[in-house]
Design a protein around this ligand. Structure first.
Ligand SMILES: CC(C)(COP(=O)(O)OP(=O)(O)OC[C@H]1O[C@@H](n2cnc3c(N)ncnc32)[C@H](O)[C@@H]1OP(=O)(O)O)[C@@H](O)C(=O)NCCC(=O)NCCS
Length: 149
């Protein structure tokens, strides 16, 4: 059973409570992100349901997210990290990342991965580094998956 983590900073809150997540708000951002354009609401709902999600809230409104896919023992993958435009530059992204990295079920993993276009410097502060041995890593890419549906 995953513990629910909550943190408060003035009018802002981080929560891992699945019941607080606003899938419609998350889909509204992700569909215009550079990595998940056109993602359907049903896909977002399924992804949220099957992930550890750290929602970022301003009063009651969801204004950000960090989603972690993990077995909580050996491996985790961090994705869908965002803070809505109006709330950027206030340290909220770093605050969210603090809580990802401190999460009790994400300790002592053998590998914690992510992919990013331009936020390397943000993640570098939390210990992430470029692949040490890229020749050992493979993937199946399906970039146009939401355009084909
Ligand atoms: C990345 C993002 C979550 C940061 O959120 P934020 O609340 O604005 O971040 P913070 O205010 O906590 O500051 C982030 C720090 O990382 C740095 N940074 C490095 N690369 C960055 C990038 N690509 N975007 C934003 N900040 C970046 C900032 O300069 C800042 O450093 P500072 O503390 O020295 O000023 C937000 O800009 C965002 O949602 N961007 C669009 C989505 C995205 O690119 N997500 C990452 C996908 S992997």
């Amino acid at each position: 059973m995953l513990s629910i983590v909550e943190a408060e900073r003035g009018e802002y809150r981080i929560s891992t409570d699945p019941a607080r997540l606003d899938a419609v708000a998350v889909q509204a951002y992700l569909t215009r992100s550079y990595w998940a354009q056109g993602i359907p609401l049903e896909t977002v709902e399924r992804a949220l349901r099957n992930s550890l999600c750290l929602g970022l809230y301003h009063r009651e409104a969801q204004v950000g997210l960090a989603r972690v896919i993990s077995d909580y023992a050996t491996f985790a993958y961090l994705c869908d990290v965002y803070v809505l435009e109006d709330y950027r530059g206030k340290g909220l992204g770093k605050w969210l990342m603090d809580y990802v990295m401190m999460h009790p079920q994400l300790q002592n993993l053998r590998r914690f991965s992510l992919a990013t276009r331009d936020a390397h410097d943000l993640y570098r502060r939390f210990g992430f580094r470029p692949l040490a041995r890229p020749e050992r890593v493979m993937e199946i890419r399906n970039d146009g998956v939401y355009q084909q549906q």
